[in-house]
Design a protein around this ligand. Structure first.
Ligand SMILES: [Zn+2]
Length: 247
């Protein structure tokens, strides 16, 4: 393990453009369930059922049923960032990383203090007014406190939509994410098995041209063969702290 840590530190020190890519694994350390994991709702309720409800058409057709399900399965008590989130924010402050591209919608990187966060699946702590000309934005607290099940805009009365990518919708910041990844010299993947496209495709493309790919994940990922260093751990926070202290 020490050898791997030394190697990661060497790579980080020599890279002038490091981008971190994060997935559900980093947030399970903060206590957020992995939707696709063993006890996640995809396994519990069946992927097809979830996909048919957390779906753009369904939202517009039956917002009341959508919100009934969404409130029960996707809205959580506020959670604090994990040590891993905090160390990453610190690394950005110190210039060791340029940006974070995340698949997570939990807002924890932002909460930890990271400035440049490209959240490709959106942010579950944001709700947007569906009336185009209105463009009001609300947070989770506002929606929690709405007396009716479908939250509405306090300015115009239209219904609010969670600012997360539903099935049937394009990912957010596609070009920004792609460009950040392809322009970087070093990618550090944390807590993602790299099985979800298009992000997995960006990493594949990156690793075709550039060697320096670090993967920190509990278990196998689809890009293990291409990694310069792969660390299998469920304690990312401790590992990152150890690395950060020596940068
Ligand atoms: Zn409005």
């Amino acid at each position: 393990m020490d050898e791997k840590v030394d190697k990661i530190i060497g790579l980080l020190k020599h890279s002038r453009n490091t981008v971190v890519v994060t997935g559900a694994g980093i947030s399970t350390e903060a206590g957020i369930p992995d939707f696709r994991g063993e006890n996640g709702i995809y396994k519990k309720l069946g992927e097809n059922r979830v996909m048919s409800i957390i779906n753009s058409d369904f939202f517009h057709r039956s917002p009341d049923k959508f919100y009934e399900f969404y409130r029960e399965n996707f809205m959580f008590e506020p959670v604090q960032p994990s040590l891993a989130h905090l160390v990453l924010a610190d690394m950005e402050k110190r210039g060791a990383i340029k940006a974070i591209v995340t698949q997570n919608i939990d807002n924890l990187h932002q909460k930890a203090g990271s400035k440049r966060v490209i959240a490709i699946h959106g942010n579950s702590d944001r709700y947007l007014c569906t009336r185009k000309s209105c463009s009001s934005v609300y947070d989770g607290l506002y929606v929690d406190n709405c007396p009716q099940i479908v939250p509405t805009c306090s300015v115009c009365g239209s219904i609010l939509k969670p600012d997360v990518v539903l099935f049937g919708e394009q990912i957010h910041n596609y070009l920004d994410a792609q460009e950040s990844i392809l322009r970087s010299r070093l990618i550090v993947v944390i807590g993602s098995s790299l099985s979800v496209y298009p992000l997995a495709g960006f990493i594949k493309e990156f690793s075709t041209f550039t060697q320096d790919l670090i993967i920190i994940n509990k278990g196998y990922t689809l890009m293990d063969h291409a990694a310069t260093v792969k660390v299998d751990t469920s304690n990312t926070g401790a590992l990152l702290e150890q690395i950060c202290q020596r940068l």
